[in-house]
Write a new protein. Structure first.
Length: 134
């Protein structure tokens, strides 16, 4: 059975960040797609919290995807959708791909239609979630 979960183990997280050449920070998270001991992909993202406490109408927070590694398109799709779901749960209205994201990660994000437009690194969460399930 495939699992897509937030990595809680600090040593495992640090090892993946090192392989991806991404600096480990408190605001950065790792989600892994795995089954038993085999990892099929992972996504590293950062939550930039810029909102007034309890003010859902003034939320300028965003999530930045820093790195995406996967072994097939379905895994990449699931990892991206998981990050978008996290954004929606936190009332974050913007997810963007870091402009220096690995080319493999950016290309799949673009190919799967997650970008706002061809020249953008951004996807508005509300517009994506309205399309979800269609």
């Amino acid at each position: 059975m495939l699992n897509i979960l937030l990595e809680e183990n600090k040593e495992n997280k640090a090892e993946v960040f090192k392989k991806a050449n991404v600096e480990l920070k408190e605001s950065r998270f790792l989600i892994k797609a795995f089954s038993q001991n085999e990892v099929y992909g992972y996504i590293i993202f950062e939550v930039n919290a810029n909102c007034e406490k309890n003010d859902k109408n003034n939320n300028k927070s965003e999530i930045t995807v820093l790195y995406l590694k996967f072994n097939d398109e379905a895994i990449a799709d699931g990892l991206i959708r998981t990050v978008l779901h996290i954004a929606e749960e936190r009332n974050i209205l913007s997810v963007k791909a870091f402009n220096n994201i690995n080319s493999e990660g950016f290309n799949i994000i673009k190919k799967l239609g997650f970008l706002k437009d061809e020249n953008s690194y951004e996807l508005k969460i509300l517009s994506f979630m309205k399309k979800c399930g269609n």
